[in-house]
Design a protein around this ligand. Structure first.
Ligand code: F6P
Length: 549
């Protein structure tokens, strides 16, 4: 379709949205108009169900959004992504995270061997550590793993390791250190035994300040503890083996990463080593298999039955036509408590752009703010705003039907599930002032007081949510869930014509921190070239530095 036709679709979407927005209790109306709505708006991939029926969209709206997807050339760009074309156009690289879980790219046949060799190396190493063959420099087996990395070299592996708690291997503890704040590593090292600790320095570039500073601090600690053989206690995951070797990590202990995988899409590579060490290589392979299932679904399902595509279209619908500024991610599983943080980088570092692939300013708004935390905790902090605030914030609920526990824990899990479904239902139904008034009267409250309080107890309702339901939080389903959001982000990139695989915006902050580090470290350095605020703050830090001596 031509750009004019696109504009026509966008115009129709704007008109349709204003028509829908004018209807009170739209969601309930849609259910009464479309009795088959729950089944017609529930999609499934393996044992992952997505119930989209409580979203502010009707058949006509969905048709328009699907036309937008058809017009965007999504089918061609999706195939190009899987084939290994340079989807990351500003760095002239493919984005082949799908190759890491077995999808062999047509344009890069050599990649299959790289992936399989990488997995074999992981398999061998994990086997050595788990069997006790790999010993520290005092001859003891490894008991503690400390992964030092940040961003995609931390958020993915730490999220997946936490999510797979029920599969953790006894006798191996896994920790993640990312912040350059020394407190992060110190907190991890207090009480650690150098003789049984293995450090993984995870950095695709092996040039990230936080990771290198923490790795140096860890190496100093190791030596202060009497450690002698760094090679027995430090391995690396990087696409820059030379820099890892210069740090002092033996070449044979550097696990490969490649430029054709983006950092925030890399947990499927050796960046996922801590996941495999904390559980097993079999669990890691199941994680890959789950992602592969979603890859197949994304590649083959018709757009209208395609989970990532529908999720992406709904996000575009809320962002560009309902003016929503953020989206809540609410996993009702404590083991998924790190999932919102992981998704923040995956989504916001990919879609937080203001120029299109050709560098032209975007005509539409792009990435929204992604936030959230595990339920039911959020119900006691920010759900008030979701229910009665002035902003419309679409929510993704992630629920798990079965809990591995029995007895009391099973009952508690039923409460968790009931709360999850109740929150999604409450966002839709709300409560009218009249309903609140009658409830208060029935509770014996005097009429005048009940009338007044009812105004405060009314809940607008008609607020959208999607419920993703998996039967069990296992490696297979976790892999599918993560891949679902990876492909959703890709589709939104296509719809907004942006490159979701670069992150030029993070460079400026890093660039400006170097001279400020120098100014903080050397009080003779002048601050007159700095803006007045920063100059004053530097001076303040210098004064406090003097007092603390
Ligand atoms: O945030 C910028 C970024 O480059 C991320 O994209 C990346 O995941 C992170 O820093 C860490 O990079 P590296 O793995 O190269 O240390």
């Amino acid at each position: 379709m031509t750009r004019t036709e696109t504009q026509a679709i966008r115009q129709s979407l704007r008109q349709h949205q204003s028509q829908l927005a004018s209807q009170d209790s739209l969601l309930q109306t849609l259910f009464s108009k479309e009795p088959q709505r729950p089944s017609s708006m529930t999609l499934q991939c393996a044992s992952l169900h997505a119930d989209f029926s409580k979203n502010l969209i009707d058949r006509r709206g969905l048709q328009l959004l699907l036309s937008l997807a058809e017009q965007s050339g999504l089918d061609k760009q999706r195939q190009a992504l899987f084939d290994g074309a340079p989807a990351n156009n500003t760095e002239h690289r493919p984005a082949l995270h799908v190759a890491l879980r077995g999808h062999h790219p047509a344009l890069r046949p050599e990649i299959a061997d790289q992936v399989s060799t990488g997995l074999d190396r992981m398999q061998h190493f994990v086997g050595q550590v788990h069997s006790g063959q790999w010993r520290g420099d005092t001859g003891q087996p490894i008991r503690q793993i400390i992964n030092i990395g940040i961003g995609g070299s931390d958020l993915g592996p730490s999220m997946a390791t936490a999510a797979l708690r029920a599969w953790h291997r006894p006798g191996i503890n896994c920790h993640f250190v990312s912040n350059v704040d020394p407190a992060h590593l110190q907190n991890c090292l207090s009480g650690a035994d150098a003789a049984t600790t293995l450090f993984i320095v995870a950095s695709k570039s092996f040039g990230t300040l936080e990771t290198l500073e923490n790795a140096r601090l860890a190496r100093d600690w190791f030596k202060q503890q009497g450690g002698r053989d760094v090679a027995r206690h430090f391995v690396a995951v990087s696409s820059n083996p030379q820099a890892a070797h210069e740090f002092g990590i033996a070449a044979e202990n550097v696990f490969p990463m490649w430029n054709w995988v983006g950092g925030r899409f890399s947990l499927w590579s050796a960046i996922g080593l801590p996941i495999a060490l904390a559980t097993s290589m079999d669990v890691f392979r199941q994680l890959l298999a789950g992602a592969a299932q979603m890859d197949k679904h994304f590649l083959s399902a018709p757009f209208a039955e395609n989970m990532p595509i529908i999720m992406a279209l709904l996000s575009v619908w809320y962002r560009n036509y309902w003016g929503c500024g953020s989206q809540a991610i609410l996993p009702y599983a404590q083991d998924l408590h790190l999932f919102p943080a992981f998704l923040q980088q995956l989504d916001m570092e990919s879609l937080g752009k203001s120029t299109d692939r050709q560098g032209q300013p975007l005509a539409e708004r792009s990435g929204a703010v992604i936030w959230g935390s595990a339920g039911t905790n959020g119900q006691h902090s920010f759900h008030q705003l979701l229910h009665q605030g002035t902003d419309l914030i679409p929510a993704d609920f992630i629920a798990v039907r079965k809990f591995p526990g029995i007895g009391q824990s099973h009952l508690q899990h039923q409460h968790l599930l009931a709360n999850c479904l109740a929150q999604s239902r409450a966002l839709m139904l709300g409560k009218t002032e009249q309903q609140a008034y009658e409830e208060l009267l029935a509770s014996g409250m005097p009429d005048a007081e009940a009338r007044l309080l009812a105004r405060h107890k009314q809940v607008p309702g008609n607020r959208p949510s999607t419920v993703l339901l998996m039967d069990e939080l296992n490696p297979l389903n976790l892999g599918s869930l993560i891949a679902l959001y990876e492909h959703k982000v890709f589709v939104q990139g296509v719809l907004w014509e942006i490159n979701p695989f670069d992150q030029w915006g993070v460079e400026l902050g890093k660039q400006l921190s170097t001279p400020l580090f120098e100014a903080l470290s050397n009080e003779n350095l002048p601050t007159r070239d700095l803006d007045p605020s920063t100059a004053a703050l530097i001076e303040l830090c210098r004064q406090q530095d003097t007092h603390s001596e």
